[in-house]
Design a protein around this ligand. Structure first.
Ligand SMILES: C[S@@+](CC[C@H](N)C(=O)[O-])C[C@H]1O[C@@H](n2cnc3c(N)ncnc32)[C@H](O)[C@@H]1O
Length: 237
């Protein structure tokens, strides 16, 4: 019980500036139509509300303002996208994009993703994106990083065989941290065909707000692609 309480603390911001009236209306009226709270039922059902039957499901954890998620969803209308983001201003931005582009294939979990991923069944996702997760640079805060053994256990479990996990960061220490944790988990193959793979953005890439900031500050993005391996061999990447 104590561990649960410690684990579920969310250290990020839930709201920034006051929402504009239009954003507030979207949160009030539109969000409930596409919000998902848990997956007690089959995840595909979350998309049936709008009579849409996705071929596959992809999740983005911590989508920020939803720049990447919206572009992916527009490019792949046959895929169902689940976006998780507890920061209300970011959610409002994505809602605006969804409405402007009339996207039918996005569902939003406007809470910490951890409870959702724990409630989801095995093998239900074709891909998971974790783009520029909060870096928590101070050593005493490293335990807050999203990449940890418990979350990796769930990400691995949720991915279909051969499903992909995409991680991007501009913080070298977090990149090393991610590589070490994924190696130690043992259920992911790092798909780095060439030495320069980590410099190449993912397919259909669009710069996120955080990446724009990182580039403006002179930091270099790193893109890591991992494929789910069927057998878990700890210490193997
Ligand atoms: C540094 S920002 C990056 C946002 C976006 N991916 C980008 O590249 O612009 C990290 C985001 O992750 C979100 N976040 C942090 N912990 C989370 C969690 N447990 N579940 C879902 N989102 C989370 C934060 O609210 C924040 O918006």
């Amino acid at each position: 019980m104590h561990n649960d309480l410690v684990r579920r603390v969310f250290y990020g911001r839930r709201q920034g500036h006051k929402l504009h009236p239009k954003q507030a209306r979207l949160v009030e009226d539109f969000l409930p139509e596409i919000r998902i709270t848990d997956f007690a039922e089959e995840p595909m059902r979350a998309f049936e509300v709008k009579k849409f039957a996705p071929e596959n499901l992809v999740m983005e954890i911590g989508f920020g303002g939803g720049e990447h998620l919206a572009v992916q969803a527009e490019a792949k209308p046959h895929i169902g996208f689940i976006g998780c983001e507890p920061f209300l201003n970011g959610v409002a931005k994505l809602l605006n994009r969804i409405q402007q582009h009339n996207l039918q294939n996005i569902r939003i979990h406007d809470e910490d993703s951890r409870e959702l991923i724990e409630s989801m069944p095995d093998n239900c996702l074709a891909g998971i994106y974790l783009l520029y997760p909060d870096p928590w640079p101070k050593k005493k805060h490293h335990k807050r990083r999203f990449v940890n053994s418990e979350n990796l256990h769930h990400l691995h479990r949720l991915l279909q065989p051969d499903g992909m996990f995409y991680f991007a960061s501009d913080i070298p220490d977090y990149v090393s941290w991610a590589l070490i944790h994924l190696r130690d988990h043992g259920g992911f193959d790092w798909r780095a065909g060439e030495a320069t793979d980590w410099k190449c953005p993912f397919e259909g890439w669009v710069r996120t707000r955080y990446e724009e900031k990182a580039l403006a500050a002179g930091r270099t993005p790193t893109y890591l692609r991992f494929q789910r391996r069927e057998n878990i061999c700890p210490g193997f990447l």
